[in-house]
Design a protein around this ligand. Structure first.
Ligand code: HEM
Ligand SMILES: [Cu+2]
Length: 647
């Protein structure tokens, strides 16, 4: 920043302090810095990049399926290949794109929005990223061998038992999800502790941005939900490899147990991959409407309520399995009820647009389209909460249409808008608005062309997960339209990536606060310095940068008079609810351990998959050595040297 910067960041960053902090926080040079970085911003961007890479892979799989389905009786794919493609497409999109992309945003944004210098556990943060990448690679290594999971993303037994699926495909699924579950668990624990402790003074719980509420809710839910699916996968792996009978009727087991364990995880997970995305809309849409979000408290409470109710609806995925009538009625009713908290956010967004002074920017277009797509996906969801309709529609293309409206509508459209919104912060440059409008138009038109007619296909009785259909069935022309729409949509996404690439290379310089946003991340330069805030600010409201203009009486947030922690790699921890300053934390430096641990787990899981004792033992011993090194006392990991600031 030059001294004549016309638009300096609000949070001061004097050069002499910057140099000290730079020395303490800067990345180690060379490979150690690259593999060992624990900076939440670096990790966040890596998460985003990797998740988008998986989106491309999953998208290409979808396009191949759509080529096969464009015409009746096509033979581009045989049934076995089609099974692997839709299964890997589902697994990739749900597990390797939809949650990780949100973890990327939260990782990048949380400390900046909360006024902290990093996440609570930087090394665990790096670990959760490397584990995610390793588990993704593990799942995909099976692909070239034709051994990829092929039992759908929810992998029902007995179809996935060794009797009906003797190859290694399902074992890849089981071990891959257990592997990935470690990453999710580590990441969730980190988010929760970060929320409770790593905030600027005064950032009390009722001042948190909604994305923080969203990711916090998702993280707590993941801690309860992920063990269910990991356990289910472990049991199935036992059944298939050690001859146990958890899911086998002949041995006294229960096939339905799989569905219960899976959906106790699966339904909350669906909320985990939309609530943080809804949070991004709740935080960013108001900026483009030039007013605070309408109904902040209700929206925050609704976020939590959605998840609480979300744990009580899993059986709606099993209406067609012959469960007792009383259970059917209960779960049907709960599934209707969940529409209420979901609708609160929609009303809050509409009211914000209605009462604000909207600028029709590209993020604004994406966020408003989220509202529309959410309503369509929500209504088709409520329809299937009705038993009679669900029995008719289950396993048809109506469900495929519904799930894409929810997942693409609330996750992908929100994420794309959020990239346009926060890209200037991440890169220091703007993405081109004109190209952005083309991206939006193509994505919106292509998406609806591809997925709206799927509802009709489903109502007409076209089943999902079937590799072809006859020309006499009346599905042909609609399927052609769907495939054309899919390619249009994909072209829009391609343009989006080009837009990012051009923006990075030659976009207009953004300055600290190009959208005139109210939250803390806009108070520092773009991109932010490694230590985020030279002076940890003291927060007095929900919109620290808008206090003047909103005519807030009472106390004002302080940017120049906060905490200056410059005796090493330090940050402040506050009390959980009120955000009172509590202790100064020594933060750990770069480390190769998270990377090494993730690499070492690959041969361990590989050995289990291939029944190779040597490979497994090698991975196991390496894992053990790295863990011992990690936990060995000394080094710079000690977090207990905290010095009290107050009292
Ligand atoms: C270009 C975009 C996309 C297209 C054309 C597309 C198309 C398809 C098709 C053709 C199927 C299989 C239908 C069947 O035979 O049952 C499918 C399934 C699925 N898709 Fe997509 N999809 C796209 C993007 C996404 C995204 C972004 C997500 C999630 C964030 C997603 C999640 C799923 C899931 C969960 C399934 C179910 C897989 C299963 O049955 O196990 N899709 N999609
Ligand atoms: Cu559900």
């Amino acid at each position: 920043m030059s001294p004549v910067d016309p638009n300096p960041p609000i949070s001061p960053n004097p050069p002499e302090i910057a140099a000290t902090l730079e020395a303490a926080w800067g990345e180690a040079p060379g490979l150690k810095g690259w593999f060992g970085s624990v900076d939440h911003k670096v990790i966040g961007i890596r998460y985003l990049f990797t998740a988008f890479a998986f989106l491309v892979v999953g998208g290409l799989e979808a396009l191949v399926m759509r080529i096969q389905l464009a015409r009746p009786d096509a033979a581009v794919l045989n049934p076995e290949q089609y099974d692997q493609l839709f299964s890997m497409h589902g697994v990739t999109m749900i597990f390797l794109y939809a949650l990780p992309v949100l973890s990327g945003f939260s990782n990048y944004l949380w400390p900046l929005m909360l006024g902290s210098r990093d996440m609570a556990f930087p090394r665990m943060n790096a670990l959760s990223f490397w584990l995610f990448l390793a588990a993704g690679i593990f799942l995909y290594l099976s692909f070239p061998f034709g051994a990829a999971p092929d039992g759908g993303w929810f992998n029902y037994v007995p179809n996935s038992s060794s009797e009906f699926s003797p190859g290694p495909n399902i074992d890849v699924y089981c071990l891959g999800l257990i592997f990935l579950g470690i990453s999710t668990t580590v990441g969730s624990a980190n988010f929760i502790v970060t929320l409770l402790r790593m905030r600027a003074p005064g950032m009390s719980i009722n001042r948190l941005p909604i994305i923080v509420w969203g990711t916090m809710t998702a993280s707590v839910a993941n801690l309860f939900a992920v063990p269910a699916v990991s356990l289910a996968c472990l049991f199935l792996w036992f059944d298939r490899n050690l001859g146990t009978h958890f899911f086998e009727v002949s041995g006294g087991g229960q096939p339905l147990l799989w569905q219960h364990l899976f959906w106790i995880f699966g339904h909350p997970w669906v909320y985990a991959i939309v609530l943080p995305a809804m949070g991004m809309v709740s935080d960013a849409l108001p900026v483009h409407c030039r007013r605070p979000l309408v109904g902040y408290t209700l929206v925050a409470m609704a976020t939590v309520a959605t998840m609480v109710v979300g744990f009580g609806v899993w059986l709606h995925h099993m209406f067609a399995t012959g469960v007792p009538t009383l259970a059917l009625s209960f779960f049907s009713a709960a599934s209707f009820v969940i529409a209420i908290p979901s609708a609160i956010s929609v009303f809050a967004w509409i009211a914000t647009i209605w009462t604000g002074r909207a600028r029709i920017t590209v993020p604004f277009l994406f966020f408003t389209s989220v509202i529309l797509l959410f309503v369509i996906g929500g209504v088709s969801g409520v329809m299937t909460a009705s038993l009679a309709l669900d029995w008719q529609l289950t396993d048809t293309y109506f469900i495929v249409a519904h799930l894409h409206y929810v997942l693409i509508g609330i996750n992908l459209f929100a994420v794309t808008g959020a990239i346009y919104h926060w890209f200037p912060k991440m890169s220091g440059r703007m993405m081109d608005e004109r190209l952005g409008r083309w991206v939006f138009g193509l994505m919106f038109a292509g998406f609806n062309l591809a997925f709206l007619p799927m509802h009709w296909l489903g109502l007409a009785g076209m089943p999902r997960r079937v590799y072809t259909y006859g020309s006499d069935m009346g599905f042909s022309s609609t399927n052609l339209v769907v495939s054309i729409g899919a390619f249009l949509f994909a072209f829009g996404i391609l343009l989006f990536f080009i837009n990012i690439w051009l923006g990075r290379r030659s976009g207009r310089v953004a300055g600290p606060n190009p959208w005139d946003g109210p939250t803390l991340e806009w108070a520092i330069s773009s991109p932010p310095p490694v230590y985020n805030f030279a002076v940890i600010p003291v927060i007095a409201s929900r919109h620290p940068l808008w206090e003047e203009r909103l005519g807030d009486t009472g106390e004002k947030s302080l940017f120049a008079e906060g905490f200056l922690l410059d005796r090493g790699k330090e940050t402040l921890a506050v009390t959980p609810l009120d955000g009172e300053p509590d202790v100064i934390l020594k933060m750990p430096g770069d480390s190769w351990l998270p990377f090494a641990l993730s690499v070492a787990l690959m041969p361990l899981f590989g050995g289990l998959l291939l029944h190779s004792v040597a490979l497994g033992a090698f991975g196991g011993i390496a894992t053990l050595i790295i863990l011992i090194r990690w936990y060995a006392p000394g080094g710079d990991t000690a977090q207990d040297e905290a010095v009290r600031v107050y009292g």
